[in-house]
Design a protein around this ligand. Structure first.
Ligand code: GLA
Length: 394
């Protein structure tokens, strides 16, 4: 649902002036499954976002409306339990994190919705978490900064929702900047913006329409396999905290002790970290051809060594790679479905979209959804003025 409708619905239901927050989804250019291994990632916030209209209420119950799902939840902020309705747990999870820090907050009324496609791997869940935490922070004057919001949102997902994700999605949703990707060092959370020049390229996201029900448990299993690699290497080298501390030579010297599958998982992560660093140099030189080659390598690693791809993603990358004007393509995000990300030259864009749609329908009988996306600013408050929307810079 679009921004105007969300505000209108809020006013109609609650007859109050809301605080309005925009929290964007994210793409990731390179650095997949590296965040929870304390490595490097290269995400950006995008034009697709969720909007939250929210205000305090003076009752003992909060009233939460998910406009796009046509669903709602009544609960008391001080006493709720995990809910059967999956969407609510991202919000209850962040409230639980606030409660854990012994801070009291007030019940609220809220309507939220937006245009981040659900299940497409664009991190609608992280946007909901950061958006609500950002909103509750403002409403209750909690004085949390963006980094604290990112960390608490990730914890909410780890502990309340049960997905052992890294911090990339929440960080990107909060720290996004126009036309720049964020290189995040997930070991110390230092970050740096790199320009992505859009003069003659477009970022296309091709949505497989597939979201596997076991994706969360398979994701958690990958994380455990990486941790197992670290603990095996640590038996003879007790100083390793994460795969970030492991080089390919070190890994190879432990090859005989590592189960083959663990070796492959670890080797993918180590190589991916190097690719992110190399890619940043290409961005500075605006060399998107070399950047694109790294994207293909990442896809191959995710497909063959980390094994988080699926036939639909592989098909889309293989077909994109054959087309004139496609500089790079790969599966994006946690995997097992969701989108591919493609960097495409503007003069070939229509042909590329038509060909991929046509081929995907022929192969899988599914209408391929393609999103043209732009890179925009991170989570923030929206000031509603009479004729235009302005986003407060903080
Ligand atoms: C999901 C997780 C992130 C990250 C990616 C894979 O999006 O939420 O933390 O691990 O998968 O790179």
């Amino acid at each position: 649902m679009n921004y105007d409708k969300i505000i209108a619905l809020f006013k109609d239901k609650f007859d109050q002036e809301p605080l309005v927050i925009r929290a964007p989804g994210r793409i990731n250019l390179l650095g997949e499954h590296t965040d929870y291994n304390k490595g490097f990632v290269l995400p950006a916030a995008i034009d697709k976002a969720i909007y939250i209209a929210i205000s305090e209420n003076c009752s003992s119950q909060s009233h939460l409306i998910a406009a796009d799902l046509n669903d709602e939840l009544f609960f008391d902020i001080n006493t709720f339990e995990k809910s059967e309705k999956g969407w609510t747990n991202y919000i209850l999870g962040v409230i639980k994190q606030i409660r854990n820090s012994a801070v009291t907050i007030k019940n609220f009324n809220a309507v939220f919705g937006g245009d981040i496609p659900i299940g497409a791997g664009l991190s609608s869940s992280a946007a909901i978490e950061t958006g609500f935490l950002f909103a509750l922070n403002k409403l209750n004057n909690l004085n949390l900064d963006k980094l604290e919001i990112a960390k608490l949102s990730q914890k909410a997902e780890n502990e309340f929702v049960g997905v052992k994700c890294g911090i990339m999605d929440q960080f990107a949703s909060l720290y996004g900047q126009n036309n720049a990707v964020i290189k995040i060092d997930c070991r110390n959370l230092e970050f740096e913006y790199f320009p992505l020049v859009f003069d003659d390229i477009t970022i296309l996201l091709c949505d497989t329409g597939i979201s596997h029900s076991l994706a969360n448990s398979k994701y958690n299993a990958r994380r455990e396999q990486c941790e197992m690699g670290v603990s095996i290497i640590n038996k003879s080298n007790g100083r390793i905290e994460s795969l970030r501390d492991v080089t390919l030579q070190m890994l190879d010297s432990h090859k005989s002790e590592l189960p083959e599958i663990i070796y492959r998982r670890c080797s993918y992560v180590i190589r991916e970290n190097s690719r992110v660093l190399e890619a940043c140099d290409y961005l500075l030189e605006n060399d998107l051809t070399s950047f694109g080659k790294l994207m293909y390598q990442t896809h191959e690693g995710l497909r063959d060594d980390f094994e988080v791809s699926c036939k639909e993603l592989n098909f889309l990358v293989d077909e994109a790679r054959k087309l004139k004007g496609v500089l790079g393509a790969r599966m994006m995000g946690g995997g097992f479905g969701g989108c591919t990300i493609n960097i495409v030259q503007n003069n070939e864009i229509n042909g590329v979209m038509e060909t991929l749609k046509h081929k995907y329908r022929n192969e899988f009988g599914i209408d391929l959804k393609i999103y043209i996306t732009s890179i925009e600013g991170g989570t923030n408050e929206i000031n509603q003025t009479v004729n235009k929307i302005t986003i407060n810079e903080t």
